[in-house]
Design a protein around this ligand. Structure first.
Ligand SMILES: [Zn+2]
Ligand SMILES: [Zn+2]
Length: 205
């Protein structure tokens, strides 16, 4: 992969991630690399329904690239966020009953060819003297570095046991006994007096 100096050079799949996410950032690149590697390893196609599932162990920018490229979307039930604050992802392929977990190996260290410039900008950010432009340049160096590196330098890949995740429930809704708003049956809470209420109402009473 090559450095991205301009929008023209950006690969089409990355451009779609950036358009969805709103900006380009190192976090998005982590997700982009993981999604591409999962596609390569398991020969995946973007999930139309729930045939691919992603379990993300953080709720950072990376998750958006995973949603775009794998079709694992928050509203579809095949994006599971377990926010453990880890740069780690498990991608499951229901068709082949296969799963891989990708987790970031080490603390970030710049490995590109502009090491001196990177260190200068990094130090400026650390001591508070960095300008907006410095911050932007530093981010850009990090993005280009993360795009250029071999995947296995950044992430550890492990085959994971395939544990069939539940399909998104298609549950009927009933009105909450307090506020009257339609609430999925499985999400309603039973009060001691037997009334079924929504979660916000159960927390008020
Ligand atoms: Zn971001
Ligand atoms: Zn209610």
């Amino acid at each position: 992969m090559t450095a991205i100096d301009s929008k023209q050079k950006m690969p089409d799949d990355l451009r779609r991630c950036v358009e969805f996410h709103g900006h380009i950032c190192p976090g998005l690149i982590y997700g982009y690399r993981v999604a591409k590697e999962a596609i390569r390893l398991m020969n995946l196609r973007r999930a139309v329904d729930e045939e691919v599932v992603a379990v993300c162990e953080n709720d950072s920018c990376a998750v958006d690239a995973i949603q775009v490229l794998l079709g694992t979307a928050a509203g579809k039930g095949n994006l599971i966020i377990k926010d453990f604050g880890k740069n780690a992802y498990t991608v499951l392929n229901r068709g082949k009953k296969q799963a891989y977990r990708f987790s970031r190996k080490t603390r970030y260290e710049y490995a590109g060819k502009d090491k001196r410039e990177f260190d200068r900008l990094d130090a400026a950010v650390a001591n508070g003297s960095a300008s907006e432009d410095d911050r932007r340049k530093l981010k850009r160096l990090k993005i280009d570095d993360l795009l250029a590196r071999p995947f296995e330098e950044i992430f550890t890949t492990m085959e994971a046991p395939f544990a069939e995740p539940l399909y998104a429930p298609l549950a009927p809704s009933e009105p909450c006994a307090v506020c009257g708003e339609m609430t999925m049956d499985v999400k309603r809470v039973k009060l001691s007096d037997g009334r079924q209420v929504c979660i916000p109402c159960s927390q008020k009473s």
